[in-house]
Ligand binder design. Structure first.
Ligand SMILES: Cc1ncc(COP(=O)(O)O)c(C=O)c1O
Length: 385
C-alpha cells in the first residue's frame, strides 16, 4: 500500500510545520502573566496561591457532567484534587493511600505507558496483567471478572487494587470495572493521565474509582511543564494524600515534626501558575482536538484505514489519534516513511510484561493487547487552528 497520501494529508493539517510533532503544548492565554506574577511574588516553590487555585479549577472541571450525554450520571459528592509533581508520583501516592503494601498484588493492563506499573513496583507490590478490550484499548471487564473468579475458585488471596487506564484519552468501560471491583472489595485507582476532558456516560474519567490520577506533562492536553493530580471524593483520603505529598510534616509555625515517611511530591507554585492559565483555555483545546479527530476519521475512511473510535457512551478527548495497520511489518513501513519526512508518529507501547523488569510478574492471556501493540500508530494530534 502507498502510505504517502497519509503523510501528505497530515502535512495539510499543520501547514509550515517542520517537524510536525506528535503533540505540542499551546500557550495562548494568561500563561506568561501568571508565571511572571508567581516570580514577582517570590512564591515559586511548593507553597502559593496558584497550587490551590489549580486544584480548585481542575476539581470544578472534572465535576461538570458532559452535556452531550443524554442522562449525565455524575455523582453529586464534591471532588477533591491534590496536585503533585507529576502523574507517576500521583499514582504512587494513590496506591499508598489505598493501603497497597509490599507483596500485595495489583491488577493493571499490559498495554500502557510504563508509569502505570512502575509505582506498583516502587512499593514492592506485584502487578498482575490482564487483557484490554479491542475497541476501547483499555482494561477488559471480561478479563477482570475471569481473573477474579478464578482466584476465588482457587482460594487465592485477592489483589489489593486495580489500576485501569484510559488509553490515548479513549475511555475504557470504567463503570463495569468499578462494579466488578466493588463486588470483590477491591479499590479502583484510574490512571487518567491521558484523559482530561474524556467522559464515560456523562461522567469525567478519573472520577469513577476510589481515586483517579492525572498527568500534566508537556505532551498532554494541558500542561504544567511537569505535574500531576490525585482526584477523590473521599475527604479523608485527600487530606492524607496532601500530607504524604508534603513530607508528612505536621503543620506548625516552627517545629519540624513528621508522623510518617512522606514524599516531596507537592506541585510547585510556578508549575501550577501555568496550569491555571491552561485550564482557562481547555474547552477551546478540546474542541479543536475533536475537530481534528473528525478530519482524520473522514480522511481515513476514504482509504480504508481504521481509526480509534469512541464506544457508545464515551466522549474521548482524542489526546492522541491512532490508526491501525494490518501487521507490525506494515506499521513499521509507515513509521519509516513518516520519520524520513519529519512527521512524528509512534507505535503503541511494547507490552509491559515483555520488558525484562516485568517478565517475572503474572500475565494472563493478552491477545488484544498484543494485536494493538503490533498494529497501532499514533499520529500528530496537537490542536489545529
Ligand atoms: C498512562 C500514563 N500513566 C502515567 C503517566 C505518568 O505521568 P507523568 O509523566 O506526569 O509522570 C503517563 C504520562 O506520562 C501516562 O501516559
Amino acid at each position: 500500500m502507498d502510505f504517502q497520501p497519509i503523510i501528505d494529508f497530515i502535512k495539510t493539517l499543520y501547514p509550515g510545520k517542520d517537524p510536525i510533532v506528535l503533540h505540542e503544548p499551546q500557550f495562548t492565554g494568561n500563561e506568561k502573566k501568571y508565571v511572571l506574577d508567581c516570580i514577582d511574588s517570590t512564591y515559586v516553590s511548593s507553597v502559593g496561591k496558584y497550587v490551590t487555585l489549580f486544584e480548585e479549577k481542575v476539581a470544578e472541571f472534572l465535576s461538570l457532567p458532559d452535556t452531550r450525554y443524554p442522562i449525565p450520571d455524575t455523582k453529586s459528592e464534591p471532588l477533591f484534587c491534590v496536585a503533585t509533581v507529576n502523574g507517576t508520583a500521583a499514582l504512587h501516592l494513590a496506591l499508598i493511600a489505598a493501603g497497597v503494601k509490599a507483596g500485595d498484588e495489583v491488577i493493571t493492563q499490559p498495554l500502557t505507558f510504563i508509569a502505570t506499573a512502575n509505582p506498583i513496583v516502587y512499593i514492592g507490590a506485584k502487578p498482575v496483567f490482564i487483557d484490554v478490550d479491542p475497541d476501547t484499548l483499555g482494561m477488559s471487564p471480561m478479563a477482570l471478572r475471569a481473573l477474579l473468579k478464578s482466584l476465588v475458585t482457587r482460594h487465592r488471596s485477592l489483589p489489593k487494587a486495580c489500576v485501569p487506564m484510559h488509553t490515548f484519552g479513549n475511555p475504557c468501560r470504567i463503570d463495569e470495572i468499578v462494579e466488578i471491583c466493588n463486588e470483590y472489595g477491591i479499590p479502583v485507582i484510574e490512571d487518567a493521565a491521558e484523559s482530561i476532558g474524556s467522559y464515560y456516560k456523562g461522567q469525567h474519567t478519573g472520577t469513577f474509582g476510589l481515586m483517579g490520577t492525572l498527568s500534566f506533562n508537556g505532551n498532554k492536553t494541558i500542561t504544567t511543564g511537569g505535574g500531576g493530580m490525585v482526584v477523590t471524593r473521599n475527604l479523608q483520603l485527600a487530606t492524607r494524600l496532601k500530607h504524604l505529598s508534603t513530607q508528612a510534616k505536621i503543620p506548625h509555625p516552627w517545629e519540624f515534626a513528621h508522623d510518617a515517611i512522606g514524599y516531596n511530591y507537592r506541585l510547585p507554585n510556578i508549575n501550577a501558575a501555568l496550569g491555571v492559565a491552561q485550564m482557562e483555555t481547555i474547552h477551546e483545546k478540546l474542541e479543536s482536538k475533536r475537530q481534528l479527530a473528525k478530519k482524520y476519521a473522514d480522511f481515513f475512511s476514504t482509504i480504508g484505514i481504521q481509526t480509534i473510535q469512541e464506544i457508545p457512551g464515551a466522549q474521548s478527548n482524542f489526546w492522541l489519534n491512532g490508526i491501525s495497520f494490518k501487521n507490525r511489518q506494515q506499521r513499521n513501513e509507515f513509521l519509516q516513511l513518516a520519520v524520513n519526512q519529519n512527521v512524528h508518529c509512534r507505535p503503541a507501547w511494547e507490552l509491559l510484561p515483555t520488558l525484562e523488569m516485568y517478565k517475572q510478574y503474572q500475565c494472563e492471556d493478552i491477545p488484544n493487547a498484543q494485536r494493538i501493540s503490533d498494529t497501532i500508530v499514533n499520529i500528530p494530534s496537537s490542536p489545529i487552528n
